[in-house]
Design a binder for this molecule. Sequence first.
Ligand code: ADP
Ligand code: MG
Ligand code: MG
Length: 915
Amino acid sequence: MAEKKWVYLFEEVEQVQNYVCGEWENVRGLLGGKGANLAEMARLGIPVPPGFTVTTEACNAYLAGGGTLPDGMWEQEIAALHKIESATGKKFGDGKNPLLVSCRSGARYSMPGMMDTVLNIGLNDNTAKGMAALTGDERFAYDAYRRLIQMFGTVVMGVPDDVYEDVLTAARKKAGITTDSDLSAKHWRVITREFKDIYRHHTHHEFPTDPVEQLKLATEAVFKSWNGKRAIDYRKAAGIPHDLGTAVSIVTMVFGNMGADSATGVAMTRNGSNGEKQLEGDYLTNAQGEDVVAGIRLTKDLNELQAEMPAAYAEFEKIVQKLERHYREMQDVEFTIEQGKLWMLQTRDGKRTAQAAVRIAIDMAEEGLISQEEAVLRVSPEQVDFFMHPQFDLEATRNARNQGSLLASGLNVSPGAACGMVAFDADLAESWTKKNGKSVIMVRPETKPDDVHGMLAACGILTSRGGRTSHAALVARQFGKPAVVGVSSLNIDIGKRRMNVEETVVQEGEWISIDGTTGEVFLGQIATTVPDIKDPWLLKLLGWADKFRRLGVWANADYPRDAARAREYGAEGIGLCRTEHMFFEAERLPIVQKMIMSDRRLDQIEALDALLPFQREDFAGLFRAMDGLPVIIRLIDPPLHEFLPSHVNLLHDLADLKIRLKHAATLSDIDELLLEVQTKERILRRVESLQETNPMLGMRGVRLGIHIPELTTMQVRAIFEAACEVAKEGVDVHPEVMIPLTSHVNELEIQREILEGEARKVMDEKGMVIDYKFGTMIEIPRAALTADQIARQAEFFSFGTNDLTQTTFGISRDDAEAGFLIEYMERGILHDNPFATIDQDGVGALMAIAVQKGRSVKPDLECGICGEHGGDPKSIRVCHELGLTYVSCSPFRVPIARLAASHAALEAKRRKKGE
Ligand code: ADP
Ligand code: MG
Ligand code: MG
């Protein structure tokens, strides 16, 4: 049997592809992102220093074997090293022309700063001297040598870095200079000796002078860093599996610190903030890679390189363009120029803001790099969400950073920007918000179910502990609150009501700003902006998305202004207008209450008649806003007691009145108070008579319309009078009347008779014909299961997935979300909140039955969804698969739904192609 291959030279990427069946993702899996891209660059003929990669499989075998290198691995590594020696003409450990290498970690997913890299391996007293002679630059050779001892010590042997840094500080002080680059060769030789002493002192070993031993220890150290605490914590938080392992890339060292014709830098092929197509970066002349990011020296703008080293710059420009074309993605690269010769050290897909992501996708499609379909798929619905929420102004954020206001960073678990005063407990957060109208950021070490009321009141949430699936993160995402969690540098002293990051102390009540999109926490207030939907690139992207989707996107809107907004955002209809919202308005509520309070039919009808003109006006406005598009109006749904004062409040008021009565001074006062007591008592009796144990399962929905048919008649009349009125104005009107909470077809039959009778009556009176539909919500399992019977009486279905989830699970949403549901998610009993994402196996199965049975009777039955799920990307995918006609969501989520519906269609198409 052939020996397992643990090591691949960069030029062997084709063999890797054969091994992993050609899938690029699997190449990344085996070689890590860094190794895979280095090999790929070498294959493309881009100058990469010769090197090889030890696979993630080797790492996993090493860790599984309790720290023994798998059979054959080390021999393969040495063999590969010899190949590099012949490629470079240098020799590892050679005193005349020594080969130096870096040992670099790299996993499948980028884990910035979590694992280790050692530079300049191969240096010892002998080779350092050789390097000095070879380059004629003793200063360079000893700077490189001390870096190796320092990095080897900290990374491989766990020597604390500050001990080394103290030596550097002391040396600078003694020499009377401020920057390392001013230290001379002599300084570095002395420092090298001191560093070796530190190494010996902390490890009880001599610094290993054998380059082969250095390489072996460094390789093992990178393997081990996969299971370092930092890396494990990061993976937990970022949801990266723990069994992937890291690869190790061994790369010939090239030197940007070999004089004025050498440099090192980083660049991005496009602007990561706004997406503009423009090569941007920073570099340093005469410096080694880490110096650019370390921020020790002031870096130069990449533009200056063009003047400083025109040939190298021109080549660099060509290479990054080639990389962009090859990966068809914006690239983030690291490079070094050694005595005029350009070397590429890393390339990867660049990080970007949502705005940049949209613009880059559009630009790349227009440049012919990617198709329109791909451009649409590259922007996530969450990124579109970004355009709908306030964000910190970019300029203001930059200024804040420059002024040192960045306090700390943590995990960006729920997007959006928030400024507020720090409150360290839920009760305070709630009372400051509700009573004093303050903006509050609730700050806790971590949150518990008891904290939810404070979290809901606060405009943002910050915790020092916890990961992406912590209680705080779950609650924040669920309620759309910006949140940053797991800010480990933050110390919270609840007792002293203050927190600190090192020396910086923030007292309770002081302002902070948190950015849930980036995970940053700032001192003070930062100005916010709403990046609007009118962004021309976003509009274009959504236009493309529309071409690929099959699902319609409608909106839930109760008022004309919401309908107009929904339409502006691209809604193709109103999927839900809740008529009861109209009943709660100040001038109408007394009439509604009168209707509920009266025992006599006549009084009820009188009250309903008084409500009619209000409703008619509401509907007319909605129809005008949706000229030419369907508008679904749902008849009254909530239990009637919701329109009356609460039982507790009434008892309280009555007790109050009775006390005042006792102390009343004048007869007229007594009369007045008595009257008030009588009224309240009457209301109390009514409230008591309406009281139900489970009102959400009680007298509501269609049951109300059956109990008080005049309610249905009045609402239908208002709808049709309004429709006739606006039709006369020339508006193209398509009302669809919807009955809520149906569970039995007989309910629908009764309502339909009333409804159609009244509709005909109005149309006859006005001498007009209105194009309308009559349908029902499907939100009770029984309705879904008997959808074929129901479809005989209904022209459309609309899934009310909130009630359908409650009745399918047998849980009440309010109780669940404030209580056990969070625990269920924390413990993984439920993966998602079923009220945020459709439970595909249960609720989704009922929906499938309903669609199938309904359409068996009426093949083109309109089936939509009007619950909050209609705006949730994962649920939208389910709706696409179920073959629904449309999803209806809040106006603000319409753009997100348009993109998500498009993704669902494109992904389905890809899957089909793949079959
Ligand atoms: P990270 O993943 O933390 O960016 P890298 O492996 O990319 O770690 O190494 C850090 C820096 O070291 C890089 O920015 C690069 O400039 C420098 N470096 C790594 N390998 C070499 C090499 N062979 N020659 C010169 N510089 C190198
Ligand atoms: Mg790097
Ligand atoms: Mg409902």
